[in-house]
Design a protein around this ligand. Structure first.
Ligand code: AMP
Ligand code: MG
Length: 270
């Protein structure tokens, strides 16, 4: 079993988020410092694999990152991709949809940001918000959000068939850890921009969100587009886990440097 498989949610297996550890003692290569060291090596490996993917130019990778507020989506992107050539990575943060976006089907805006061949695309929030916040806050009625699981399933399957490797990660934090991170944001004026009063309204619906996440993950985890639930209370464990998953999936993809389209035999540079 690859190390990354410890966090993978298998199709058909029930998920109880409350029973999934948010600290993540398991599997780390050592203590905090040793794990950070191991993560640095994975960062270098990720950069190599991304260059191969880019050079090969046939396939792509889509990383979907979901979490509750203060779950660490931004920090994950910042740390995990720090070694990668920015030319080949496209990161999109999805906010509440604009009027133009709302005038289309819910997959329209995300489809426009999927990776081209050779690219890595990262979704910081995603089409899953349309079965999470949309469901919990009643933005749309059940007869609208419920069929979306099947729509997501079919759309992701389509992308995978066309050559996009899909990696979906839920950064799983505890309610206590969220409180801690909110307090840090409140206590530090340089972090006030990250904190909205509305975050507290969402926090009050904690159980509803856990339920919505559980159903979304159970209904849409597939062999081609699996979900991983990553313990995210400790940032160094989270960064190591996400790096491990990405390296695992890219190694399975095994992108190859292509031959030159030209015949280079006997060429001398004068
Ligand atoms: P943040 O991630 O803190 O920048 O906040 C982005 C906000 O956009 C969150 O409150 C999300 O719930 C909201 N959001 C993202 N996607 C959607 C969506 N499809 N429908 C409604 N709200 C959304
Ligand atoms: Mg926020």
């Amino acid at each position: 079993m690859a190390a990354a498989d410890r966090w993978r949610i298998r199709p058909g297996s029930p998920l109880t988020l409350a029973e999934v550890d948010t600290r993540g003692a398991d599997g780390a290569p050592g203590d905090k410092d040793e794990t950070i060291e191991a993560t640095s090596l994975l960062t270098i490996r990720l950069a190599e694999l991304q260059e191969r993917l880019w050079a090969e130019g046939r396939r792509s990778l889509l990383l979907v990152l979901q979490a509750l507020d203060a779950g660490g989506k931004d920090g994950t992107v910042k740390h995990v991709f720090r070694g990668v050539n920015p030319a080949g990575v496209q990161i999109t943060s999805f906010k509440a949809p604009s009027e133009a976006e709302r005038a289309h089907d819910f997959l329209w805006r995300v489809h426009a940001r999927t990776p081209a061949r050779g690219e890595i695309a990262v979704f910081n929030r995603s089409h899953y918000e349309d079965v999470l916040v949309a469901r919990v806050t009643g933005l749309v009625p059940e007869e609208v959000w419920r069929p979306r699981y099947d729509a997501i399933w079919a759309w992701e399957n389509h992308l995978a068939t066309e050559g996009t490797e899909i990696v979906k990660i839920f950064l799983h934090i505890s309610r206590d850890e969220q409180a801690e991170r909110f307090r840090e944001r409140l206590d530090d004026p340089t972090k006030h921009w990250k904190f909205r009063l509305a975050d507290l309204v969402v926090r009050d619906r904690w159980d509803d969100y856990q339920r919505a996440y559980t159903e979304a993950i159970e209904r849409t985890t597939t062999d081609q587009a699996p979900w991983y639930v990553v313990p995210a209370d400790r940032k160094w464990y989270r960064n190591w886990a996400v790096s491990t998953i990405l390296v695992d999936r890219l190694e399975r993809l095994d992108p190859q440097y292509p031959e030159s389209p030209d015949d280079l035999t006997g060429i001398e540079i004068t």
